[in-house]
Structure formats: structure tokens, C-alpha cells
Design a protein around this ligand. Sequence first.
Ligand SMILES: [Zn+2]
Length: 142
Amino acid sequence: MSAALLERPLPSGKGDAAPFWQAVREGRIVLPRCPACDNFVFPPRPHCPICHGRHLDWVEVSGRAHVYTATVVHRATHPWFMDKTPYVYALVELAEGVRLPTQIVGIPPEEVEIGLEVEPVFERVDDTHTLLLFRPAGPAGG
Ligand SMILES: [Zn+2]
């Protein structure tokens, strides 16, 4: 197996989503929102798909979210994940309605349920990569 296949697949951090990944590196979540029609635009792109507005504002959000759907991965689809199974691949829905693909950590996979309240975990990989994962939310206000 080639060495490249054993490297962790990581987002490039470039392109339309660059401000998103920059914020994640800083431990924050920002999303593009169209000021003309007030819709969040995700995944990030150069213009609003609803009203075709070309100016988008990047807005910081709280990260409060719940599990929209989830699956337990037992068979890795990339060699790097082979010894990481089982893990939970999920879509979480932020309070703002945006759904993010992510991984749920800090809980046994079989205990992850749809609707579970979660909070962000910023996992620093190296100087240029930080991943946005989620874990069960702590007590309210905590
Ligand atoms: Zn718009």
C-alpha cells in the first residue's frame, strides 16, 4: 500500500470554504449568509443559490447542534480509517439550520441517537489543519 494512502485525508482549506476552515483553526464556526435573502449558504460557494446575490457575509454561529442522522462505520472506506473503526459518521444540524457532515466523538458509537444535542470539538491535526468534530453537549450553560 502506498504511503499516500496511509495519510489522513484532510480538507484542502482552500477555495470557497477557506474562511470556514480558517475560523475552525481559530476554534470558531463561521458560515456564509446572504444579506439579501437572509439564507445561510452551505456548502460555501461564491453566490447565493436562492436569490443569486453575489455578496455573502461570514457570520459566526454558536455551534449548538443536534444529530440529524448518523451511521456507525464498521468498514473503512479509506485505508487511514482502517484501525479507527467503529466510528460515527453523522450529519449534524446547527441551530441555524445548516447541516454539516462530521464525526461524533466522546460517546460509544451505539449510544449516538438522532436528536442528540452536540457541541463542537476542534481537533488540531497540524499547523494548517484543524477538523470540526462534535461530541455530546455538556449540561446547559456548561
Ligand atoms: Zn440570497
